[in-house]
Design a protein around this ligand. Sequence first.
Ligand code: PRX
Length: 635
Amino acid sequence: MRNYVIEDLPHYFEEYKKSIKNPKKFWDKVADQNFVWYQRWSKVVKYDMNEAKITWFKDAKLNITKNCLDRHLSVRGEKTAIIWEPNDPKEEAQHISYNELYERVNKTANVLKDMGIEKGDRVCIYLPMIPELAVTMLACAKIGAVHSVIFAGFSASAVVSRVNDCGAKMLITSDGSYRGNKVLDLKSIIDEALEKCPTVEKALVVKRTNNEVKMKEGRDFWMADLYEKASADFVTIIMDAEDPLFILYTSGSTGKPKGMLHTSAGYMVYSAYTFKNVFNYQENDIYWCTADIGWITGHSYILYGPLLNGATTVIFEGVPTYPEPDRFWEVIEKHKVTQFYTAPTAIRSLAKESAEWVDKHDLSSLRVIGSVGEPINDEAWHWFNDHVGRKKCPIVDTWWQTETGGIMISPIPFVTPTKPTYATLPLPGIQPVLMDDKRNEITGNQVTGNLCIRFPWPGIARTIWGDHQRYKETYFSAFPGKYFTGDGALRDEVGYYRITGRVDDVVIVSGHNLGTAPIEDSINEHPAVAESAIVGFPHDIKGSALYGFVILKDTGAGRQKENLKKEINQLISDQIGPIAKLDKIQFVSGLPKTRSGKIMRRILRKIAEGDFSNFGDTSTLLNPEIVEEIKNERI
Ligand code: PRX
């Protein structure tokens, strides 16, 4: 990234002002000076925020892998692109150079091609955090196929809904995965899923755990066999600026998951620009983001952002507590990590261990530490600052979303003075606005409201795969002319933003976005359940946890309620994944409803939080007496 590195606070304000006054000029320069293009754009941006139609760098031709790999070969071919740290510290870490990564991507692209994958085809990837995950994503990008990574902790039915929604032609998985001392059998999850995925013609299987797996004749192939025979030469496919790069699913407050579509040029420019500035990236840094690549954080800030900048990025297969609760700190010390980017849930769970685990490690290599995915509370912020950053590393509390493609509001290290629990200031090009419930913009400082963004930025998702109407309704209709984030925010006296949390029916549990409606739908499938409502409540480690209020069809039934609770959680686990399990389940005889039949979640939320102080006016409820009953039986 040349010329667009923000140097100090006055420079930030100057850049910010320029970027708002003339966003076209601003992004035109960033794009022009930092990437290789086959052809330049004819127009920087074109948008209609009412129709939710946005294009960036129209008519430009590129391939993101040329920028992630090829252009680095002459200057840093032998430099390590990926440090892979396996689950078991006794297994040796791998250092994959840019040259080697280039070759592996080429060979894999040939494997995909030989298996019939062409530009525009969708390929789902269900892999653990192994180098092949990065390699297959890049191979898809190289060939012009649209990757859709499905987090390898999701259940078979969650895989089915995603694969079928995008109509994937191929699925890439592994025989298994290591998570701490567990070995998970990924292939049998995929076998079960693929029974219900008619569009998938071929499945490629990477060997990792040597689990015994079933291979279906004509459908399943070992990646290694094909890779061995593949040529190392591949002619990169030329992509249009707005050709799809990937689809990534995120929960909505209602209905099935939303396949957020990111396109080639805008995503590339935005992920690269934000990586460089937010992490103060310098050429010899060793950067580590602990997210899973199956989430947007991993896409933008393990893979694309770092490789676009020619960085060394750490991919960690394991978990923070294996073999001991100092694994993160050990890895930082071992690889001399300079930037460490993690989630508040991880910080909180490690902070509850003895401080000796962290204090005994040499973390002096660290320069910048970061947090993402959920609000970071004051205590966690300070623990992170004191024990990990040792009060010398700025904390970048980065606010963004799957939909935004890259970081939107964040301190810039050594530039923006940090403030605990505040994401602070918008990055150049980002125009946050706070709106009240009557759709009026709230001006001035020391205010709170619904967080919207006024003008498009290059990284914004362009649509929901196959459902543009839903995209428009979800993000562009609540506050016409603006992108609505679904979050609430506070703007303090100096204009710093603090994200206060979701204002819709999405709950963030351990940094995972969970829509309550899909969980309710799966609970309601239990034969004993008549109706349910789920809300979030504060949790010490997970940030938020889920509380379910469940009405049984036959309350007098002699069924063991404890068993029922287990069955309900098993159902959720099977249909969505273990992360969506409920922490508390309360059986109730009714749910507070308005006269039009809408569940009053506001009241349920208060009960779940244990705050009985102000339920508001309950007299308009259809069944006000139920509130007392639910309250008295709260768990
Ligand atoms: O509520 C916000 C929260 O995570 C949501 C986006 O989740 P997802 O699409 O899964 O992407 C997570 C990683 C970018 C947001 O709407 N969130 C994300 N970062 C923060 C945050 N809440 C508070 N502070 C943050 N730094």
